[in-house]
Design a protein around this ligand. Structure first.
Ligand code: KG4
Ligand code: ZN
Length: 343
Protein backbone atom coordinates (compact mmCIF):
# COMPACT_ATOMS: atom_id res chain seq x y z
CA UNK A 1 0.00 0.00 0.00
CA UNK A 2 1.57 3.36 -0.99
CA UNK A 3 2.07 6.01 1.67
CA UNK A 4 -0.91 8.40 1.87
CA UNK A 5 -0.76 11.62 3.90
CA UNK A 6 -3.76 13.68 4.90
CA UNK A 7 -2.63 17.22 5.76
CA UNK A 8 -4.48 20.08 7.42
CA UNK A 9 -3.62 23.78 7.16
CA UNK A 10 -5.38 26.20 9.52
CA UNK A 11 -2.73 28.74 10.55
CA UNK A 12 -4.62 31.86 9.49
CA UNK A 13 -7.85 32.40 7.57
CA UNK A 14 -7.80 29.54 5.06
CA UNK A 15 -9.03 26.11 6.11
CA UNK A 16 -7.38 23.55 3.85
CA UNK A 17 -7.11 19.78 3.57
CA UNK A 18 -5.03 17.81 1.08
CA UNK A 19 -4.25 14.15 0.45
CA UNK A 20 -0.91 13.20 -1.12
CA UNK A 21 0.34 9.83 -2.31
CA UNK A 22 3.92 8.68 -2.54
CA UNK A 23 4.08 6.67 -5.76
CA UNK A 24 6.23 3.55 -6.25
CA UNK A 25 8.21 5.66 -8.77
CA UNK A 26 9.24 7.86 -5.82
CA UNK A 27 7.06 10.73 -6.98
CA UNK A 28 4.46 12.75 -5.12
CA UNK A 29 0.90 12.87 -6.39
CA UNK A 30 -1.71 15.30 -5.05
CA UNK A 31 -4.94 13.29 -4.90
CA UNK A 32 -7.00 16.17 -3.53
CA UNK A 33 -6.43 19.71 -2.32
CA UNK A 34 -9.46 21.46 -0.82
CA UNK A 35 -9.56 25.05 0.42
CA UNK A 36 -12.31 26.94 2.15
CA UNK A 37 -11.37 30.60 2.22
CA UNK A 38 -12.72 32.85 4.95
CA UNK A 39 -11.70 36.06 3.16
CA UNK A 40 -15.34 37.15 2.69
CA UNK A 41 -16.01 36.73 6.43
CA UNK A 42 -13.00 38.86 7.49
CA UNK A 43 -13.26 41.45 4.70
CA UNK A 44 -15.87 43.57 6.51
CA UNK A 45 -13.42 43.92 9.44
CA UNK A 46 -10.50 44.90 7.17
CA UNK A 47 -8.34 42.01 8.44
CA UNK A 48 -8.40 38.60 10.12
CA UNK A 49 -10.42 38.36 13.36
CA UNK A 50 -8.77 35.45 15.27
CA UNK A 51 -11.86 34.23 17.11
CA UNK A 52 -13.96 34.19 13.93
CA UNK A 53 -11.14 32.37 12.13
CA UNK A 54 -10.88 29.53 14.66
CA UNK A 55 -14.64 29.08 14.91
CA UNK A 56 -14.91 28.82 11.15
CA UNK A 57 -11.98 26.38 10.96
CA UNK A 58 -13.80 24.03 13.29
CA UNK A 59 -17.00 24.31 11.23
CA UNK A 60 -15.19 23.85 7.91
CA UNK A 61 -12.77 21.05 8.72
CA UNK A 62 -15.05 18.02 8.88
CA UNK A 63 -16.80 18.64 5.53
CA UNK A 64 -13.43 19.49 3.91
CA UNK A 65 -11.88 16.22 5.15
CA UNK A 66 -14.90 14.32 3.81
CA UNK A 67 -14.62 16.04 0.40
CA UNK A 68 -10.85 15.45 0.27
CA UNK A 69 -11.35 11.71 0.95
CA UNK A 70 -14.19 11.51 -1.57
CA UNK A 71 -12.17 13.24 -4.31
CA UNK A 72 -9.19 10.97 -3.62
CA UNK A 73 -11.56 7.95 -3.58
CA UNK A 74 -10.17 6.90 -0.22
CA UNK A 75 -11.46 6.03 3.23
CA UNK A 76 -10.00 7.36 6.45
CA UNK A 77 -8.48 3.89 7.10
CA UNK A 78 -6.38 4.23 3.90
CA UNK A 79 -4.40 7.17 5.32
CA UNK A 80 -0.86 6.32 6.53
CA UNK A 81 -0.30 9.49 8.61
CA UNK A 82 -2.04 12.74 9.52
CA UNK A 83 -0.25 16.07 9.38
CA UNK A 84 -1.05 19.61 10.47
CA UNK A 85 0.58 23.02 10.56
CA UNK A 86 1.87 23.70 14.08
CA UNK A 87 3.13 27.26 13.51
CA UNK A 88 3.76 30.05 12.88
CA UNK A 89 0.25 31.49 12.89
CA UNK A 90 -2.70 32.36 15.10
CA UNK A 91 -2.73 30.14 18.20
CA UNK A 92 -6.48 29.51 18.24
CA UNK A 93 -6.49 28.71 14.50
CA UNK A 94 -3.47 26.39 14.70
CA UNK A 95 -5.07 24.49 17.58
CA UNK A 96 -8.12 23.51 15.53
CA UNK A 97 -6.16 21.85 12.71
CA UNK A 98 -3.56 20.40 15.05
CA UNK A 99 -6.07 18.84 17.42
CA UNK A 100 -8.10 17.42 14.54
CA UNK A 101 -5.05 15.76 12.97
CA UNK A 102 -3.89 14.38 16.33
CA UNK A 103 -7.38 13.00 17.06
CA UNK A 104 -7.50 11.25 13.67
CA UNK A 105 -4.04 9.76 14.34
CA UNK A 106 -5.17 8.41 17.70
CA UNK A 107 -8.46 7.08 16.30
CA UNK A 108 -6.78 5.26 13.40
CA UNK A 109 -3.53 4.30 15.17
CA UNK A 110 -1.34 6.11 12.63
CA UNK A 111 1.51 8.64 13.07
CA UNK A 112 1.03 12.38 13.48
CA UNK A 113 3.38 14.83 11.75
CA UNK A 114 3.66 18.46 12.76
CA UNK A 115 4.72 20.86 9.98
CA UNK A 116 6.22 24.35 9.98
CA UNK A 117 4.02 26.51 7.73
CA UNK A 118 7.06 28.35 6.34
CA UNK A 119 8.69 25.06 5.36
CA UNK A 120 5.49 24.39 3.40
CA UNK A 121 6.00 27.64 1.47
CA UNK A 122 9.75 26.96 1.11
CA UNK A 123 9.21 23.56 -0.54
CA UNK A 124 6.07 24.52 -2.53
CA UNK A 125 8.02 25.29 -5.77
CA UNK A 126 9.15 21.63 -5.78
CA UNK A 127 5.69 20.03 -5.49
CA UNK A 128 5.53 19.32 -9.21
CA UNK A 129 9.25 18.55 -9.56
CA UNK A 130 10.80 15.10 -9.41
CA UNK A 131 13.26 15.98 -6.66
CA UNK A 132 14.34 18.67 -4.21
CA UNK A 133 17.48 20.68 -5.04
CA UNK A 134 19.60 23.15 -3.12
CA UNK A 135 18.44 26.71 -3.79
CA UNK A 136 18.26 30.29 -2.65
CA UNK A 137 14.66 30.92 -1.58
CA UNK A 138 12.71 34.13 -1.29
CA UNK A 139 9.55 33.56 0.76
CA UNK A 140 7.12 36.48 0.65
CA UNK A 141 3.91 36.00 2.60
CA UNK A 142 1.54 38.04 4.76
CA UNK A 143 3.64 37.56 7.88
CA UNK A 144 7.17 36.85 6.62
CA UNK A 145 9.81 38.01 4.17
CA UNK A 146 12.67 35.53 4.28
CA UNK A 147 15.80 34.84 2.26
CA UNK A 148 16.87 31.28 2.95
CA UNK A 149 19.72 29.19 1.65
CA UNK A 150 18.27 25.68 1.44
CA UNK A 151 21.08 23.15 1.09
CA UNK A 152 18.91 20.05 1.50
CA UNK A 153 15.66 18.94 3.15
CA UNK A 154 15.86 20.25 6.72
CA UNK A 155 19.13 22.10 6.12
CA UNK A 156 18.07 25.74 6.00
CA UNK A 157 20.12 28.88 6.67
CA UNK A 158 18.54 32.26 7.20
CA UNK A 159 20.29 34.95 5.16
CA UNK A 160 17.83 37.81 5.57
CA UNK A 161 14.44 38.76 6.97
CA UNK A 162 12.35 41.85 7.51
CA UNK A 163 13.12 44.22 10.35
CA UNK A 164 9.51 45.48 10.45
CA UNK A 165 6.58 44.74 8.12
CA UNK A 166 6.50 41.72 5.83
CA UNK A 167 6.06 42.37 2.09
CA UNK A 168 2.46 41.04 2.11
CA UNK A 169 1.71 43.04 5.25
CA UNK A 170 2.92 46.21 3.49
CA UNK A 171 0.62 45.44 0.54
CA UNK A 172 -2.30 44.88 2.94
CA UNK A 173 -1.64 48.04 4.99
CA UNK A 174 -1.19 50.25 1.91
CA UNK A 175 -4.35 48.68 0.42
CA UNK A 176 -6.24 49.67 3.57
CA UNK A 177 -4.87 53.26 3.38
CA UNK A 178 -6.08 53.47 -0.22
CA UNK A 179 -9.54 52.22 0.77
CA UNK A 180 -9.15 48.97 -1.19
CA UNK A 181 -10.82 45.74 0.00
CA UNK A 182 -8.88 43.21 2.15
CA UNK A 183 -6.48 41.62 1.31
CA UNK A 184 -4.63 44.51 -0.34
CA UNK A 185 -2.12 42.43 -2.34
CA UNK A 186 -4.30 41.23 -5.22
CA UNK A 187 -6.24 44.54 -5.29
CA UNK A 188 -3.06 46.64 -5.55
CA UNK A 189 -1.81 44.40 -8.34
CA UNK A 190 -5.11 44.90 -10.20
CA UNK A 191 -5.07 48.71 -9.80
CA UNK A 192 -1.36 48.90 -10.70
CA UNK A 193 -2.08 47.53 -14.18
CA UNK A 194 -3.60 50.91 -15.11
CA UNK A 195 -0.97 53.07 -13.38
CA UNK A 196 2.57 54.27 -13.94
CA UNK A 197 5.36 52.77 -11.78
CA UNK A 198 7.29 56.06 -12.05
CA UNK A 199 4.41 58.46 -11.24
CA UNK A 200 5.58 58.74 -7.61
CA UNK A 201 9.09 58.23 -6.34
CA UNK A 202 8.87 56.00 -3.27
CA UNK A 203 11.91 54.99 -1.19
CA UNK A 204 13.72 51.65 -1.57
CA UNK A 205 14.79 51.30 2.07
CA UNK A 206 18.03 49.44 2.75
CA UNK A 207 18.37 48.48 -0.93
CA UNK A 208 22.05 49.45 -1.18
CA UNK A 209 23.41 46.84 1.19
CA UNK A 210 22.69 43.83 3.33
CA UNK A 211 20.10 41.08 3.00
CA UNK A 212 17.51 42.31 5.51
CA UNK A 213 14.36 44.12 4.46
CA UNK A 214 12.41 47.10 5.79
CA UNK A 215 9.02 48.06 4.38
CA UNK A 216 7.63 50.39 7.05
CA UNK A 217 9.35 53.49 5.58
CA UNK A 218 7.75 52.78 2.23
CA UNK A 219 4.34 52.47 3.88
CA UNK A 220 4.86 55.84 5.64
CA UNK A 221 5.99 57.44 2.36
CA UNK A 222 2.68 56.38 0.77
CA UNK A 223 0.83 57.90 3.76
CA UNK A 224 2.71 61.24 3.38
CA UNK A 225 1.91 61.22 -0.34
CA UNK A 226 -1.79 60.79 0.47
CA UNK A 227 -1.65 63.75 2.84
CA UNK A 228 -0.05 65.81 0.10
CA UNK A 229 -2.70 64.82 -2.44
CA UNK A 230 -5.58 65.54 -0.04
CA UNK A 231 -4.38 67.75 2.86
CA UNK A 232 -7.87 67.85 4.45
CA UNK A 233 -8.68 64.13 4.67
CA UNK A 234 -5.51 62.29 3.54
CA UNK A 235 -7.71 60.28 1.18
CA UNK A 236 -6.47 59.43 -2.30
CA UNK A 237 -8.26 61.08 -5.22
CA UNK A 238 -9.74 58.14 -7.18
CA UNK A 239 -7.76 58.93 -10.33
CA UNK A 240 -4.42 58.74 -8.40
CA UNK A 241 -5.00 55.19 -7.07
CA UNK A 242 -3.59 53.27 -10.07
CA UNK A 243 -0.41 55.42 -10.08
CA UNK A 244 -0.01 55.09 -6.29
CA UNK A 245 -0.40 51.30 -6.54
CA UNK A 246 1.98 50.94 -9.49
CA UNK A 247 4.64 53.14 -7.85
CA UNK A 248 4.34 51.36 -4.48
CA UNK A 249 4.52 47.96 -6.17
CA UNK A 250 7.55 49.00 -8.23
CA UNK A 251 9.42 49.89 -5.02
CA UNK A 252 8.52 46.56 -3.33
CA UNK A 253 9.56 44.53 -6.36
CA UNK A 254 12.77 46.49 -6.85
CA UNK A 255 13.77 45.72 -3.24
CA UNK A 256 12.78 42.03 -3.44
CA UNK A 257 14.61 41.39 -6.72
CA UNK A 258 17.76 43.30 -5.75
CA UNK A 259 18.14 41.52 -2.40
CA UNK A 260 17.41 38.10 -3.91
CA UNK A 261 20.16 38.51 -6.50
CA UNK A 262 22.57 39.72 -3.81
CA UNK A 263 21.75 36.71 -1.63
CA UNK A 264 22.25 34.29 -4.55
CA UNK A 265 25.64 35.82 -5.18
CA UNK A 266 26.58 35.63 -1.49
CA UNK A 267 25.90 31.89 -1.25
CA UNK A 268 26.79 30.95 -4.85
CA UNK A 269 23.41 29.34 -5.63
CA UNK A 270 22.29 29.17 -9.27
CA UNK A 271 18.70 28.08 -8.52
CA UNK A 272 16.29 30.67 -7.12
CA UNK A 273 12.87 29.75 -5.73
CA UNK A 274 10.02 32.14 -5.05
CA UNK A 275 7.10 31.27 -2.78
CA UNK A 276 4.41 32.65 -0.45
CA UNK A 277 1.22 34.57 -1.23
CA UNK A 278 2.97 37.63 -2.70
CA UNK A 279 4.64 35.37 -5.30
CA UNK A 280 1.22 35.18 -7.06
CA UNK A 281 1.98 38.71 -8.21
CA UNK A 282 2.52 38.58 -11.97
CA UNK A 283 4.69 41.71 -12.07
CA UNK A 284 6.99 40.27 -9.40
CA UNK A 285 7.17 36.93 -11.21
CA UNK A 286 8.07 38.67 -14.47
CA UNK A 287 10.65 40.99 -12.88
CA UNK A 288 12.32 38.07 -11.04
CA UNK A 289 12.31 35.98 -14.23
CA UNK A 290 13.98 38.77 -16.22
CA UNK A 291 16.59 39.43 -13.51
CA UNK A 292 17.41 35.72 -13.25
CA UNK A 293 17.77 35.33 -17.01
CA UNK A 294 20.06 38.35 -17.16
CA UNK A 295 22.26 36.89 -14.41
CA UNK A 296 22.35 33.29 -15.63
CA UNK A 297 20.18 32.00 -12.78
CA UNK A 298 17.35 29.49 -12.90
CA UNK A 299 13.98 30.38 -11.33
CA UNK A 300 11.39 28.00 -9.91
CA UNK A 301 8.01 29.31 -8.74
CA UNK A 302 5.07 27.32 -7.41
CA UNK A 303 1.85 27.53 -9.44
CA UNK A 304 -0.39 30.33 -8.03
CA UNK A 305 -2.75 27.82 -6.33
CA UNK A 306 0.22 26.47 -4.34
CA UNK A 307 1.60 29.95 -3.55
CA UNK A 308 -1.13 31.19 -1.23
CA UNK A 309 -1.94 29.12 1.84
CA UNK A 310 -2.90 25.54 1.00
CA UNK A 311 -2.62 22.09 2.55
CA UNK A 312 -0.82 20.40 -0.37
CA UNK A 313 2.41 22.19 0.62
CA UNK A 314 1.94 21.03 4.23
CA UNK A 315 1.36 17.45 3.05
CA UNK A 316 4.45 17.69 0.82
CA UNK A 317 6.69 18.54 3.80
CA UNK A 318 4.96 15.89 5.92
CA UNK A 319 5.54 13.23 3.28
CA UNK A 320 9.25 14.07 3.10
CA UNK A 321 9.48 13.93 6.90
CA UNK A 322 7.52 10.66 7.13
CA UNK A 323 9.63 8.96 4.45
CA UNK A 324 12.72 9.85 6.53
CA UNK A 325 11.08 8.36 9.62
CA UNK A 326 10.52 11.77 11.24
CA UNK A 327 7.08 11.60 12.83
CA UNK A 328 6.01 13.87 15.71
CA UNK A 329 4.94 13.25 19.26
CA UNK A 330 1.30 13.75 20.17
CA UNK A 331 2.62 15.84 23.07
CA UNK A 332 4.13 18.37 20.69
CA UNK A 333 2.48 21.75 21.18
CA UNK A 334 1.62 24.36 18.57
CA UNK A 335 3.96 27.37 18.40
CA UNK A 336 2.56 30.66 17.03
CA UNK A 337 6.14 32.01 16.71
CA UNK A 338 7.76 28.89 15.26
CA UNK A 339 10.91 29.75 13.31
CA UNK A 340 12.22 28.02 10.20
CA UNK A 341 15.93 28.75 10.28
CA UNK A 342 18.70 30.60 12.10
CA UNK A 343 21.50 32.77 10.77
O1 KG4 B 1 1.17 32.97 1.99
P1 KG4 B 1 -0.10 33.64 2.27
O2 KG4 B 1 -1.35 33.12 1.57
O3 KG4 B 1 -0.44 33.66 3.79
C1 KG4 B 1 0.50 33.84 4.78
O4 KG4 B 1 1.18 32.85 5.15
O5 KG4 B 1 0.63 35.01 5.20
O6 KG4 B 1 0.12 35.19 1.91
C2 KG4 B 1 -0.90 36.14 2.03
C3 KG4 B 1 -0.34 37.47 1.57
C4 KG4 B 1 -1.29 38.63 1.84
O7 KG4 B 1 -0.56 39.67 2.44
C5 KG4 B 1 -1.76 39.02 0.44
O8 KG4 B 1 -2.09 40.39 0.31
C6 KG4 B 1 -0.55 38.66 -0.39
O9 KG4 B 1 -0.10 37.46 0.16
N1 KG4 B 1 -0.90 38.47 -1.81
C7 KG4 B 1 -0.43 39.25 -2.81
C8 KG4 B 1 -1.03 38.78 -4.00
N2 KG4 B 1 -1.83 37.71 -3.69
C9 KG4 B 1 -1.74 37.54 -2.34
N3 KG4 B 1 0.43 40.29 -2.78
C10 KG4 B 1 0.69 40.90 -3.96
N4 KG4 B 1 0.15 40.52 -5.13
C11 KG4 B 1 -0.71 39.48 -5.21
N5 KG4 B 1 -1.24 39.10 -6.36
ZN1 ZN C 1 1.35 31.25 4.30
Amino acid sequence: MPTMILAIESSCDETAVAILRHTPENEVEILSSEISSQIDIHREFGGVVPELASRNHSLNLRPLIETALENAQLKIQDISAFAATSGPGLASSLLVGNTTAKSLSVATGTPFISVNHMEGHLLSPFIEQKKLSSNLALIVSGGHTLLIHMKDFGDYHLLGSTRDDAAGEAYDKVGKMLGLPYPGGPEIEKQARNGSPTAFSFPRSMIKNGLDFSFSGLKTAVLYQLEKLDPAEGRPPKEAIPDLCASFQAAVIDILVTKTLRAAQSCGEKLITLSGGVSCNQTLRKAMQEACMKNGLELLIAPPAMSTDNAAMIGFVALHSHLRGHNSSLHEDINPNLRLAQH
